[in-house]
Ligand binder design. Sequence first.
Ligand code: PHE
Length: 349
Amino acid sequence: MSTLDHEQVLIRTGPRSGLPVIVAVHSSTLGQAVGGCRLWRYADWQDGLTDALRLSAGMTAKCAVAGLDNGGGKTVVAMPEGLEFTPSLRRGVLDDVADIIASLGGLYATGPDVGTTPADMAVIGERTSHVFCRPAQQGGSGDSSPHTATGTLAALRAISRHIHGTPDLTDRRVAVVGLGSVGERIVRLLADEGAVLLLSDIDPAKRALSAELGAAWNHPDQALTADVDILVPAALGGVLTEQIVPRLRCAAIAGPANNQLATPAVADLLHGRGIAWVPDYVASAGGVIYALTVELHHGTPEDALTRVQAIENTVTDLLATTESTGTTLAQAAHELTRLRLRAAPHRPV
Ligand code: PHE
């Protein structure tokens, strides 16, 4: 039997929306569990449950490695394929989410994720205070995507220093797969730095961005296996499969998508091919670092940005650990997570 390593998982049919609302609290060992609210379509609601279980565990590791005094959780609202939100259904979903979070009494706080925005956080905030990233007018720190993008760029600099001896990304060949709110910001930052870009998204309309930036455009499958220095997965999870690893032609992978590995074994396969994979929970931590530093730990925006930029040092340290111990970056990050959790002062849940 596999073990449940989550503290609590709440599953409720939203009384207003009729949709499955899932809140997974993975760990509060380091403090209040945090993690975004994902509104997404699934073939089966239980796929949404699987997502919530994995994403919440990822948040525990994300916070631990980032040095935040917070644990990990996640909310998933599993929508059936083809469902489109009307304004009243969306309102009902957000009220359902807010009530379930309120019922946890502060054990867990949410934030934006795939399918939700700062405006949605403001709606949730009408029923519970345990929500991050409301718009600035409502007292929150607003959109977290720019900070997630900044953090990913910090990870790319560390990788570049490791491979090319300089953090400068000028002329680095970078493939970005997924041009959502974070992906688009990353490619704009990379274009400003003079990187050579190959862009891709399942939505062909995003090709306009590629034209605007003078970047090459490719189908996601081809972009994943392109001959580049760094691959940046910036869409949904599961793109790094056992089948794709032999076909990859990049030197390193670092991106903001959560749950990039289809199975944990893929990390070893990547290592075996000499491809440096920065664990997703390390490269994607910028948004949560910024929001929590400002909203929870009362840091200034400058403090928060400094902490986001420190992802570069974190990745550099992890790379040094792998060099000296021969382990993968995934193992090094996992070990760091374990040590931080073990060092936590015992708190009753
Ligand atoms: N979507 C964010 C992540 O995966 C979650 C989040 C952002 C939570 C900001 C709180 C604040 O890291």
